[in-house]
Design a protein around this ligand. Structure first.
Ligand SMILES: [Zn+2]
Length: 352
């Protein structure tokens, strides 16, 4: 039985498992055989051994024995004994993968083979990079032309006061290597000015965009759709933590399938000019915890996609968590067959 399965009674009901696998057991007659079997399962057993235990020492009838076995068989309560080795650095993540219904033994090699290109090493990119490197992603390409500034330290926690003035990509690479020597890290201290700059970067299994340069997301989307590279956006909109869409060319919608951000009015140059002047003085109120929220959710989706466990939450949608009241805001990003960017791609039917 998976070590993440706990039991408890609340309001007259026994619950098997907690979190998303919480299952109520209302039938009081099942409680004792279930708990005795769970106790028996504290050391690894086969299903046949478990059934013999129910039929023998427990002495329950066949109907109850089958009901108890069904309870344990559901919701990933039973996992292969060899998937959890407490001495392994990824052992707690392995339990998470099993909880998500995946074979943990297969997830970790998939992550080790993956290369992720991160455009932006600031408040979100640096934390996403830390989550991916420590989870065992094999290779990270860190792209950022900026240098560490004093006002970055409220949210870019891997940088220190001693790093002020140094290139963010290089400082981040140093910090990631300290945390996981097996992760190959390539810092690239460079701006992304146009599509040609993207062509010169190493190809990735996933591109994560957390830089806020004007027009960057559209440029990355065009490049990724053309090259068949999945990409994921993560950002904040003032106090809203935002991640998605996770664009998988040929499978999901892309950034251009429907408008995901406000734009200047077409055919009204005077209003567009005024808007440009108003927006020209914009300075984002960036906040550490909001950056952490966006980067956590984006990193989890990146790991789900690369490792093949669970289902990424940002497929075909862009999600925002309003930090002031924790409500969710969702923009649909499903595939538009008339999209100017991705309509000509042949649909890929396989799931992701
Ligand atoms: Zn599209």
């Amino acid at each position: 039985m998976a070590p993440y399965v706990r039991v408890g009674v609340q309001g007259g009901t026994l619950f098997l498992g907690f979190g998303s696998i919480r299952r109520p057991v209302h039938d009081r007659a099942l409680w004792e055989p279930l708990l005795r079997l769970a106790d028996h399962f504290r050391t690894p057993r086969t299903r046949a051994e478990a059934r013999s235990f129910l039929d023998g020492p427990c002495g329950v009838d066949a109907g109850r024995a089958e009901a108890v076995m069904r309870l344990l068989d559901d919701d990933n309560h039973l996992i292969p004994a060899h998937t959890y080795d407490p001495a392994d650095r990824y052992s707690r993540h392995a339990l998470f993968y099993e909880l998500s219904g995946a074979d943990a033994v297969k997830v970790q090699p998939r992550l080790a083979r993956a290369r992720v290109v991160l455009l932006g090493c600031g408040g979100i990119g640096s934390l996403v990079a830390a989550a991916l490197a420590t989870a065992g992603v094999g290779e990270l390409v860190l792209v950022d032309a900026d240098h560490v500034e004093l006002s970055n330290l409220t949210r870019q926690f891997l940088f220190t006061e001693a790093d002020i003035g140094l290139p963010k990509a290089e400082v981040l690479a140093r910090e990631l290597r300290r945390r996981n020597r097996n992760c190959r890290v390539l810092p690239v201290v460079r701006d992304i000015g146009d599509g040609a700059d993207l062509e010169h970067l190493p190809a990735g299994d996933l591109v994560v965009v957390s830089a806020d340069s004007p027009g960057l997301t559209g440029m990355v989307n065009a490049h990724c759709v053309r090259s068949g590279t999945p990409w994921l956006n993560a950002c904040y909109v003032n106090d809203i933590a935002v991640w998605g869409p996770l664009v998988v060319p040929g499978v999901t919608g892309c950034w251009d399938c429907r408008p995901l951000t406000a734009r200047a009015p077409e055919g009204e140059p005077e209003l567009a000019g005024l808007m440009a002047r108003v927006n020209g003085r914009y300075q984002a109120p960036s906040n550490g915890p909001v950056n952490m929220l966006a980067s956590s959710l984006a990193a989890l989706d990146a790991l789900r996609y690369l490792g093949g466990f669970g289902t990424p939450a940002a497929l075909n949608r862009r999600v925002g968590v309003w930090s002031h009241d924790l409500s969710l805001d969702e923009q649909k990003a499903e595939r538009d067959p008339t999209c100017p960017t991705c309509a000509e791609l042949v649909p890929v039917c396989e799931g992701v």
